[in-house]
Write a protein that binds this ligand. Structure first.
Ligand code: GUN
Length: 282
């Protein structure tokens, strides 16, 4: 039975570390990092996410602001708010919660955020610059890499398999793994011999949104398994893309769902805000 990578405990430790860092920053640079989240409309899931971001941002001592705008906000009104925040030196990170209402073009809005304040890490990926200095990496991919590193195992030289080629997780996490000098394979819905490929992988990151697509028979003994999927199983319970029971038998390390990648993503958003702040004060 593999060891569990406890995302909840790891994120709790990270929050405490970042809280101390923020105290230190305040002494050293005379101000705290600022994160502003903009939410347009009433999407209930978004309301919950934004509330969680605010609670955690406050917990580490950031100057946290949420700008709530009505559903009927025009694109120009939203762009005006973003332009004001881009120019505000007290704001280090700007996040426009997605989805935005249909009459607003998401890509135009995302592109309007100053690249050095883009805590979602969308800018770097879109431009193919994920790794260039000055732009942060997207939160969930960054969370995956952090979780792998907590095992103490090396990434360099390992065969890492990313299952899923989405813009938000699959592609950027593959780039981050390459940066860590892994040998990276990206599998997707058209991949023919997934089991065969998976059995040669030292690290598997599953991010397709299909319950139990990775099963124990596909896992190399001792592999590190990171499950980004959040699905509702036939029994109504939350489950990931990896069949936990069978895969945990073979794995060296495995993240649970829930309690693995999930709790880490907001922690990484705050980390990104701290990194943007450091770019602004230094
Ligand atoms: N809505 C759901 N997830 C996200 C995210 O990671 N970033 C933004 N901006 N909106 C989201």
């Amino acid at each position: 039975m593999g060891s569990i990578i406890d995302g909840k405990a790891i994120s709790t430790a990270l929050y405490e570390e970042m809280r101390q860092e923020v105290e230190q920053f305040d002494k050293q640079y005379g101000r705290r990092p600022g994160l502003t989240v903009i939410i347009v409309g009433e999407d209930p899931a978004s309301q919950v996410y934004v509330r969680n971001k605010e609670i955690n941002a406050r917990k580490v001592g950031l100057v946290s602001e949420v700008i709530r705008m009505p559903e009927e906000t025009t694109q120009d009104e939203l762009l005006e708010v973003i332009a004001r925040l881009n120019a505000d030196t007290a704001v280090d990170g700007i996040l426009v919660q997605l989805p935005v209402p249909r009459h607003i073009d998401k890509d135009t809005v995302i592109a309007a955020v100053a690249p050095d304040k883009d805590v979602d890490g969308f800018f770097g990926m879109k431009s193919g610059f994920t790794m260039k200095q000055g732009y942060v990496a997207p939160c969930t991919p960054r969370a995956c890499i952090h979780l792998i590193k907590t095992t103490g195992e090396a990434i360099e030289g390992k065969h890492a398999l990313v299952v899923g080629r989405g813009e938000l997780v699959g592609k950027p996490v593959a780039t981050l793994l390459l940066n860590e000098n892994a040998t990276v394979t990206i599998a997707h819905s058209r991949t023919r011999n997934l089991g065969e490929i998976a059995r040669t992988a030292d690290i598997i990151i599953a991010a397709v949104g299909r319950p139990n697509i990775i099963t124990g028979d596909m896992v190399k003994p001792g592999a590190i398994l990171i499950d980004v999927g959040i699905n509702r199983g036939v029994d109504g319970k939350l489950c990931g893309d990896i069949d936990f029971a069978s895969a945990a038998e073979k794995a060296g390390w495995i993240t649970p769902v829930p309690g693995g990648v999930g709790p880490m993503t907001i922690a990484m958003l705050i980390r990104n805000t701290l990194d943007c702040y450091l770019g602004h004060v230094s």
